[in-house]
Design a binder for this molecule. Structure first.
Ligand code: ATP
Ligand code: MG
Length: 459
């Protein structure tokens, strides 16, 4: 298989060479034909000029031989061999008599030039005869001999040769330009492609950090580069999440397991009594482990199931009120006030999943709002969409974290959330559920002032 670059350069050269060949053939056919007609016309003009010039040399019933000699010499230089005879058949002036050698040399030269230019040219020496007259009275005969049917003089050859040189030069310049242009254009296409190939090879071996920085003026290449860069970025993100997940799981498992191990060993060695306090603490550690496993299960379930929605028309008012009732005790226990302002709102959703999405946000609001704070739950219509807003007066989220909180396993304060047991997947699940419904979720927050989440669902 040929390389793209080679292929492009060859195509350029081929197209240019083809154009040059076509132009040369057309130029040869039409220019030469036109030029030959022009040359023939010129010869006729010259002959007519000689005829009228000689006719005007018959004065007082006799020929002015000196003047005719001048005309004859000039005509000879133009390739015409003339002979003037009077009405009695006497020769007045004959170029061959005047200078036979020069006439022969001139005809030979023209013949050789024409044969070398047109090897198939059927040229031969021709003689035309014309009556010479003045005032309607014939007073002589003019014979004009030349190499026919037409011939090129020196100036014509110079013109044709210059034209040919220009054609050759234009051809060579065209060919060279096409090679240079081919190299430049093919480079601008193939270099980024090679870079993309290199980058994708690197990506396939796990080097997600590598990005293609090559710029291209070709739109398709730019989009190819952008999509490969996007691919690398999302793979890098996934890789980061995976590493964090593994690290988190290991960390979460190690602490309760170590505690359990050391405490149990102390009991087995008879150092500790298996008191009910100690057993309760073991139980708590086991519960933490169970919760973690549950979280992981939850995540994998929602990852797979977000697409499978069991939709039905529900009144969000009823759903949200039910959730509020279930949460009431926890709010009272933590001394956080729960206020609600719920309007009738019918939407077409998967009830269980939306229930889960709202619970995730409401439980966060409770978790991250200290005692004495408040949480306001609202439900209303806006621009044909059902909106559920949950606002708290809690600790808030700083700007740098705000854009990440919907990512899986992202926790603003890792040590704190670990103590509270959160794995950082609640919001990721909520977002997946809302997106699967074709809705959206927004968040606004100010540190130490509070946070407001809004869920938009198409009705
Ligand atoms: P879980 O998986 O149990 O829900 P989590 O609550 O830590 O754990 P998310 O619900 O995904 O995880 O929330 C991600 C992070 O966003 C939280 O760790 C917390 O730092 C921050 N966060 C979420 N909601 C709030 C809120 N209302 N106020 C302050 N911070 C919040
Ligand atoms: Mg949460």
């Amino acid at each position: 298989m040929k390389k793209l670059r080679q292929k492009l350069i060859y195509s350029y050269i081929f197209v240019t060479a083809l154009s040059i060949i076509i132009i040369s053939i057309l130029a040869n056919l039409y220019l030469e034909k036109g030029f030959n007609e022009y040359v023939s016309d010129k010869i006729n003009e010259r002959k007519n000029f000689v005829i009228t010039s000689i006719e005007s040399q018959y004065k007082n019933n006799q020929w002015d031989v000196n003047a005719i000699t001048n005309i004859g010499i000039n005509a000879l230089q133009d390739g015409l061999i003339i002979k003037v005879t009077d009405t009695n058949g006497n020769v007045v002036w004959d170029a061959r008599e005047y200078n036979h050698g020069m006439c022969e040399a001139m005809i030979r030269k023209i013949s050789n030039n024409m044969m070398s230019k047109f090897p198939n040219f059927n040229g031969q020496y021709v003689i035309n005869e014309y009556d010479l007259s003045s005032d309607g009275v014939k007073n002589g005969i003019l014979e004009v001999g030349y190499y026919g049917p037409f011939y090129y003089n020196d100036a014509d050859f110079v013109f044709v040769n210059t034209l040919n040189k220009i054609f050759v030069a234009a051809g060579v310049i065209g060919l060279l330009s096409s090679i240079i242009l081919g190299i430049i254009i093919s480079g601008s296409i193939s270099n980024p492609i090679l870079r993309v190939v290199k980058a994708t090879n690197l990506i396939s071996t796990g080097h997600y950090k590598d990005r293609i920085i090559e710029k291209s003026k070709v739109e398709e290449i730019t989009s190819l580069v952008t999509s490969v860069n996007n691919l690398a970025e999302s793979l890098e993100k996934q890789e980061l999440l995976r590493t964090r997940l593994t690290r988190d799981i290991a960390h979460e498992l190690r602490t309760p397991l170590t505690t359990l191990q050391s405490h149990l060993e102390a009991i087995l060695d008879g150092i500790w009594e298996p008191t009910s306090d100690r057993l309760t603490s073991f139980h708590e550690e086991i519960l933490r482990l169970k919760r973690l496993v549950g979280d992981l299960e939850r995540l994998s379930r929602y990852d797979q199931e977000t697409m499978k929605l069991d939709k039905e028309k529900i009144n969000v008012k009823e759903l949200v009120n039910q959730i509020i009732i279930n949460f009431e005790k926890q709010f009272i226990d933590k001394k956080v006030q729960l206020i609600s302002d719920i309007k009738e709102c019918i939407i077409n959703v998967d009830k269980d999943k939306i229930n889960q999405a709202i619970i995730n946000i409401l439980s966060n609001a409770l978790k991250y709002t200290p005692e004495g704070g408040e949480v306001i739950v609202k439900c209303y219509y806006e621009d044909g969409k059902g909106v559920i807003s949950i606002e708290d007066s809690g600790i808030g989220i700083s700007k740098e974290h705000l854009s990440h909180i919907f990512e899986r396993f992202y926790r603003v304060d890792e040590s704190r959330t670990r103590n509270t047991g959160g794995a950082g997947i609640g919001l990721a699940i909520t977002k997946a559920i809302v997106s699967a419904h074709g809705g959206g979720i927004t968040v606004e927050s100010n540190i130490n002032e509070g946070t407001i989440f809004r869920i938009y669902l198409p009705s």
